[in-house]
Write a protein that binds this ligand. Structure first.
Ligand code: ADP
Ligand code: MG
Length: 248
């Protein structure tokens, strides 16, 4: 391979996924380059979460090919756990361990998966809690935090694994409206710092401003993809226009 043709961080080729008789992904092609922020938008039920879950094999694709961080993870010989170690994932539900402190939530995987010492894991976790504005809550329990703060802890926890890619699935859609801005602000800072991100979101202003590219999905297919400003500001496809009229 030549040095001037870097592999994309994510490359999805002709991905199909069925649940029983129902085909919910019908031939998806998608690439995310290093440092790029790609936002996936589209109506509920269009297959956005399934696509994101297929990328790191939380769902097994029915057919197609997925390359992640240079590994072809759809090859059964590839150790997906090893690849996943370098991929951070943040869901709508924060999935924090409720009986562990904020700091412990951010150190557990570092210690068990990366085998970091307690001191090193604490140092990394505190730096990332600082980054999301929550260093002063390190010893709180999750239930003592607002939803927005819990989601920022989930982001700090993911960052503490030094990910090469961050996957977000509607990270703000379970939050009270007044808490959304802080989480989007953290994501914007991450993007500005050069993190490679694949973000499913219904926050159109975020997608337009922070996304380098936007992918509009409908009914299991990519209908339109392009620069964020073009897809959201001047969509070419009728289906994209109809969707945007409903959500903007
Ligand atoms: P989106 O995230 O765009 O709302 P999803 O990827 O969650 O869409 O879902 C796409 C379709 O696949 C929906 O019709 C949903 O009901 C269906 N689906 C998702 N997960 C499963 C599953 N585990 N079993 C059966 N059907 C599923
Ligand atoms: Mg979804």
């Amino acid at each position: 391979m030549t040095a001037d043709a870097p592999r994309p961080v994510v490359r999805v080729s002709d991905l199909h996924k069925s649940f029983g008789e129902r085909e919910v992904l019908r031939g998806i092609d998608l690439e995310v380059q290093a440092g790029e922020v790609v936002c996936v938008i589209g109506p509920s039920g269009s297959g956005k979460s399934t696509l994101l879950r297929c990328v790191n094999l939380l769902e097994q694709p029915t057919s197609g090919r997925i390359e992640l961080l240079g590994a072809e993870v759809t090859d059964p010989d590839v150790d997906i756990d090893r690849v996943r170690t370098h991929v951070g994932m943040v869901f709508q539900q924060f999935n924090l361990f409720s009986h562990k402190s904020v700091l412990e939530n951010c150190t557990m995987a570092q210690r068990t998966v990366l085998r970091r010492s307690r001191a090193e894991a604490d140092r990394v976790a505190l730096a990332n809690l600082e980054r999301v504005g929550l260093a002063d809550r390190a010893h709180a329990m999750p239930a003592q935090l607002s939803g927005g703060q819990q989601q920022r802890v989930a982001i700090a926890r993911a960052l503490s694994m030094d990910p090469q890619l961050m996957l977000f699935d509607e990270p703000t859609s379970a939050l009270d409206p007044e808490l959304v801005g802080d989480v989007l602000g953290v994501m914007r800072d991450l993007a500005d710092a050069g993190m490679t991100m694949l973000v499913v979101t219904h926050e159109m202003a975020f997608a337009r401003e922070v996304g380098d590219r936007v992918v509009f999905m409908d009914d299991g297919t990519v209908v339109e993809t392009g620069p964020a400003d073009e897809v959201i500001g001047a969509p070419r496809e009728e289906r994209t226009r109809t969707f945007l009229q409903r959500v903007l």
